[in-house]
Design a protein. Structure first.
Length: 168
């Protein structure tokens, strides 16, 4: 596939056993109102969300995750998003064994109004930066709000609306 093509498909949401973002909904303004699912990431504790994901059609150019998010109430300062990949390679990676996640992140300005969707990106280069994830394999993609990062000062929840990745 070419640069810019979607190469990561989210197969399943998998909240971690602890410190997980909570599922919530935002009601739209239409009649009848839409119900948009979001994950709430708290401003006072680092919270995580894991996704089982498939890398398909990847040509080795690196990947860029797209983070679509909004806020419950905050409209100033930044939110710090961190993403890591845990590759589940063929007959090699044991799901039951601890894995060290190496995160890449972005400090993202808050939306100008709560409920407005902001689009930010987190890039990974091919190879070790993305845990050597290869075309046709599944992985655990972990995202979290690094609430105590120096760049994270937005009050209230950061609400993850969607996550996907394109080839860089």
């Amino acid at each position: 596939m070419a640069s810019g093509d979607v190469v990561v498909s989210i197969l399943e949401d998998m909240p971690p056993a602890t410190s997980y973002a909570t599922m919530d909904t935002r009601a739209g303004g239409s009649t009848p109102a839409e119900s948009v699912s979001v994950y709430d990431f708290d401003a006072s504790a680092s919270e995580y969300m894991d996704f089982k994901a498939l890398l398909a059609g990847y040509d080795g150019g690196g990947i860029t995750f797209h983070v679509a998010w909004t806020s419950t109430s905050g409209t100033s300062s930044n939110t710090r998003w961190e993403i890591a990949i845990h590759r589940l390679s063929d007959d090699a990676d044991d799901i039951d064994t601890a894995h060290t996640y190496d995160f890449n992140g972005v400090s993202a300005p808050a939306p100008s109004a709560a409920g407005e969707v902001v689009y930010d990106t987190v890039a990974f280069t091919d190879g070790a930066d993305m845990d050597s994830w290869a075309d046709g394999e599944i992985a655990v993609v972990r995202i979290y709000r690094d609430h105590d990062h120096a760049d994270d000062g937005m009050t209230g929840d950061a609400e993850l609306v969607a996550l996907w990745a394109t080839e860089t």
